[in-house]
Design a protein around this ligand. Structure first.
Ligand code: KG4
Ligand code: ZN
Length: 343
C-alpha cells in the first residue's frame, strides 16, 4: 500500500468515498477535507416507496446494479483519475448488511487494484462531519444527529472523542416522520413530504405531546406517533397540512429544547446538526433562532449534505486517515457499529 506522508496530508488528501448503508447509492471525490469535487447521489426511493419503507434485499440488488456507474460518474465529474486518488473510503456500518457489503467490496477492490490505502467509515461519524464540509468547526461542540436510523445528542470534546449525552429510547426522529407519513398515506420518505405540507398548515391546530422523559437528554417519539394516529382516527376530516405542521412543531420543540439543554449542561458555545432530519425547515430555523437567543453559535450543514451522501463520508475519512491511518486489510461491515465506540 502507498503510505501518505505528513507533507502530502497537509497539502490535502484526495479521497474517493462510497456510501451504500441504506437506500442511497453515493460516491464523492473530496480534496483537502472540504473541497467537494463531486458528490453523486442516486436515490432508490422509487424502488421502495411501493413498500412504504426500505426493503433490504431490494436495496442490496439496486446498489449492486448502480454503484459501479455512480463511482465512475463521481470520478468523471471530479475530473480526477486513479493516479490522483490518495485514499479510498467506504461506509462500513451501521446500516443494512447487504447494502454495506456492496459499497465496501467496491471500495476495497478499487483500493487493492490501484494500490491505495483503504479506510472504512462509521456512517454516523460521517453525518457528524457533514457540517465541517462548509464550516470551519473546532470542537468542543454539541451536535444533534437525527436521521431515519438514529437520534443522538453528542458532545464532541475533540474529533474522535465523543460522548453520547442522549439517544432515543424508541423510534428515531426520521422514523417517526416516516411512520406518521405512512399512516396518513403520504408516501415515503415521510420527512420531506411532511416538511413541504407543513408550510401550508397551522402548527397550533393540535398540541401534540412533547415527550421529555425525565430530566435526562433522551428522546421518545413513539407516543407522539400514536397521538397523531389517535387524533386523526377521532377527527377524520382534519386538514392533513395542519396535522403535518402540528406534528413537526412537536418534534422540533423536543429536539431543540434538549439540544440546547445539552449544550448548557456541558458548557459548550456551539451547536450543530447532522443527519437526514437536519434538512427539516422548522428544525433548522428553530435551532438557529433559539441558539442565537441563548448566545450560542449554530452551524447547519447544507441540505444536500444532510441526507445520506458520500461527501460526508469522505470528510470523516480524511480526518480519520490523517490521524489513525488506514483500516486493517480485513476490515468488514458491521451493521450495528456504534458511533461513540468508533474511535
Ligand atoms: O440520513 P438519512 O438519509 O438516512 C439515515 O441515516 O437514516 O435520513 C433519512 C431520514 C428519513 O427518515 C427522512 O424521512 C428524513 O431523514 N428526512 C427528513 C427531511 N428530509 C429527510 N425529515 C424531516 N424533514 C425533512 N426535510
Ligand atoms: Zn444516514
Amino acid at each position: 500500500m502507498d503510505s501518505i506522508t505528513n507533507e502530502k496530508a497537509s497539502e490535502g488528501l484526495t479521497v474517493l468515498a462510497i456510501e451504500t448503508s441504506c437506500d442511497e447509492t453515493s460516491a464523492s471525490v473530496l480534496s483537502g477535507g472540504t473541497t467537494v469535487l463531486s458528490n453523486v447521489v442516486y436515490s432508490q426511493i422509487e424502488s421502495h416507496e411501493k413498500f412504504g419503507g426500505v426493503v433490504p434485499e431490494v436495496a442490496s440488488r439496486s446498489h449492486l446494479q448502480i454503484a459501479p456507474k455512480i463511482v465512475s460518474d463521481a470520478l468523471i465529474q471530479a475530473q480526477v483519475g486513479q493516479d490522483e486518488i490518495d485514499l479510498v473510503a467506504a461506509t462500513n456500518g451501521p446500516g443494512l448488511i447487504g447494502p454495506l457489503l456492496v459499497g465496501l467490496s467496491i471500495g476495497k477492490s478499487l483500493a487493492a487494484t490501484w494500490d491505495k490505502p483503504f479506510i472504512g467509515v462509521n456512517h454516523v461519524e460521517g453525518h457528524m462531519f457533514a457540517v465541517s464540509l462548509e464550516h470551519q468547526l473546532e470542537p468542543p461542540f454539541v451536535i444533534l444527529l437525527v436521521a431515519g436510523g438514529h437520534t443522538q445528542i453528542v458532545h464532541v470534546k475533540k474529533y474522535g472523542d465523543y460522548e453520547v449525552l442522549g439517544s432515543t429510547i424508541d423510534d428515531a426522529a426520521g422514523e417517526a416522520y416516516d411512520k406518521v407519513a405512512r399512516y396518513l398515506g403520504l408516501g415515503y420518505p415521510g420527512g420531506p413530504i411532511i416538511d413541504r405540507l407543513a408550510a401550508d398548515g397551522d402548527p397550533t391546530k393540535v398540541r401534540f405531546p412533547r415527550a421529555m422523559p425525565g430530566d435526562n437528554l433522551n428522546f421518545s417519539f413513539s407516543g407522539l406517533k400514536t397521538a397523531v394516529i389517535n387524533y386523526v382516527r377521532k377527527n377524520p376530516n382534519v386538514e392533513v397540512a395542519d396535522i403535518a405542521a402540528s406534528f413537526q412543531e412537536a418534534v422540533a420543540d423536543v429536539l431543540v429544547t434538549k439540544t440546547l439543554r445539552a449544550a448548557k449542561s456541558v458548557g459548550v458555545e456551539t451547536v450543530c446538526l447532522g443527519g437526514g432530519v437536519a434538512a427539516n425547515s422548522l428544525l433548522r430555523s428553530t435551532l438557529s433562532a433559539q441558539s442565537a437567543d441563548q448566545g450560542l453559535s449554530c452551524h447547519l450543514p447544507a441540505r444536500e449534505y444532510c441526507t445520506d451522501n458520500a461527501a460526508m463520508i469522505a470528510a470523516a475519512a480524511t480526518w480519520r486517515f490523517n490521524n489513525f491511518g488506514p483500516s486493517p486489510d480485513d476490515v468488514g461491515a458491521n451493521p450495528s457499529a456504534s458511533f461513540a465506540a468508533s474511535e
